[in-house]
Write a new protein. Structure first.
Length: 130
């Protein structure tokens, strides 16, 4: 359960509705997900976050599918169930297969394991890597 009430479109302030409209237009959908509805309590935070998402997740040097898969990896590692579900759905929409998801999560699991080992052992970084 959310710790704040979710703000639906019908009750949203005009500046919130403007962001909601941009999100729906950009995503080709007729609904707003709960993440944005929670952020709507602070219209400036909602706007700033949407602008950042739009900018960072736009096509660039990395393919949009790769960006979504990175988002899934970080969300899974951080234990964010909401973002893991949201960005897995987005990655699937962009072409991620079940095999790709399973391989991605295998890499995430391996990286977390070896990162913890390296950090726990305080292994010095090889000069060749620097």
């Amino acid at each position: 359960m959310a710790i704040v009430r979710l703000i639906e479109y019908a009750e949203a302030a005009p500046e919130v509705r403007a962001v909601y409209d941009e999100i729906m237009r950009a995503r080709g959908t007729d609904w707003i997900n709960n993440f944005w509805k929670a952020l709507a309590h602070d219209p400036a935070l909602l706007r700033r976050t949407w602008d950042s998402v739009r900018e960072v997740m736009a096509p660039g040097a990395l393919d949009p599918l790769v960006k979504e898969m990175i988002y899934v990896a970080v969300s899974a590692t951080n234990g964010c169930e909401y973002c893991t579900h949201s960005h897995t759905a987005a990655a699937r929409k962009k072409g991620m297969s079940e095999a790709m998801l399973m391989e991605l999560l295998a890499v995430v699991g391996l990286a977390n394991q070896t990162n913890r080992l390296a950090n726990g052992l305080r292994i010095p970084v090889d000069p060749q890597f620097q």
